[in-house]
Each structure stands twice: as structure tokens, then as C-alpha cells.
Design a protein around this ligand. Sequence first.
Ligand code: F6R
Length: 229
Amino acid sequence: MRVERIPSKEALYERAVAIIEEVKAQGAHTFGLATGGTMEPLYAKLCDTSIDFSDAVSFNLDEYVGLDPTHEQSYNNYMHHHLFNQKPFKASYLPNGLATDATKEAARYEALLNEQPLDFQLLGIGVNGHIGFNEPGTSFDSVTHVVDLTPSTREVNARYFDSLEEVPHKAFTMGIQSILRANCILLIAIGESKRTALQALINNDYTEQVPATALTKHPNVIVLTDLVK
Ligand code: F6R
């Protein structure tokens, strides 16, 4: 794992774009993508580049269960708004929030991922160390599945909804194994609130209580953070 501490957010996001550009130039075809506040400036910067994703495929990490893909707060909508409308991919996959059988939908998504293995995976990190919606306690052997969101994650995400009650209680997420199968992983951790979770990762702790620490066993992880020691 390579940790790059870049105190200037501007420089950090430029570095992230350069990494994605390099990975793409080296032939990466299948990109795992994330949502959340951390990714917004990155996608804005990517949209300002000449990188062409029209020959590439994307898979998102997660999606809310029960939200129509056109719902303002669906991750499908987030991705179109922040990236896909400006930088279309040949194909972009997210779990279908309205699937009638969520368990079957998770299995369908995992099968798609197996057919088109990820060359690259972009990750943010939750305050509690979650990656995707893999909350503390998730098995490191997990594949795409349906999760009950923890009260703390629902509260953190409530800022995007009109009220806490509107935040869905369940979500689809790639599992830890689905994420670890990616060839190269870029994790971005910005802000003091991420310090404890990031520290566990950097300390090489390996515990299902901090899902991000699964990455310590992956051979090709880059961590970009604005947190200097
Ligand atoms: C979203 C995702 C989440 C976020 C994490 C951090 O697709 O995978 O794990 O990366 O919750 O979110 P922000 O960036 O809003 O702090």
C-alpha cells in the first residue's frame, strides 16, 4: 500500500486524476466507481480533462434499495449528474434500486462483475471505516449483497435528503471480496473525520471491525489523503 499525504486538496485531486489517466493509458477497461462528497471534486476535475471513457465500462460500488434510478438521491442519478452526462462510458452498471427481489439483484450484479473483472476501483472511506456500504462487521469474504444501513451511516447521508426518515434503510453494495478482486485500488480519505479509520488502515490492522483494513492484503493500493501526520 502506498500512502501519499497531500495537504492541498487541489493538488490531491490533480494527483487522483493523474493516476486515473495513467491507469487508463495502461489499458484499464473496467472502472469501479464510488459516490459521496469526496468524489464530487474528482469527477468535476475528470470532466475537465480530455480522458475518453467511451471505450470503457463502469461499475458502481453501491446503490440504495428502494430508490428509483431517476430519484434525485439515487447513486445512478449522482453518477449521471457528476460524471456520465459529461463523460459517457460504453456501458455503466449500478444495481437496480427498484429490483423486486433485492437478493437476486445482488447476485445478478456480482455475476456481471465476474464476467468483466475490475481493472481499477475508486474508493472513499466512511467515518467508521466502511468501504462501499460494507459496514463494520462485514465478512472479508463477502460479495455483492444487501445491507441494513447503520444509524450512523443513515445520519451522515441524511444531509442529501430532506429528512432522516427519507434515507433508505437498505442498500446494495459490492462485497469486500468483489472490491479486492480489482487489479488496482485508489482510496481517497479527506478530512479530520476520517483520521481514525485511516489510521487503522495505515497501521496495517486487519479487522472486520474496520472494513477498509481488508485492503492491507491487496498488492496494489494507493491511498491519497490530505491528513498529514
Ligand atoms: C459511496 C461509498 C461510500 C463513501 C463513504 C465516504 O459510493 O462507497 O463508502 O465513499 O461513505 O463518503 P464521503 O465521501 O461523502 O465522505
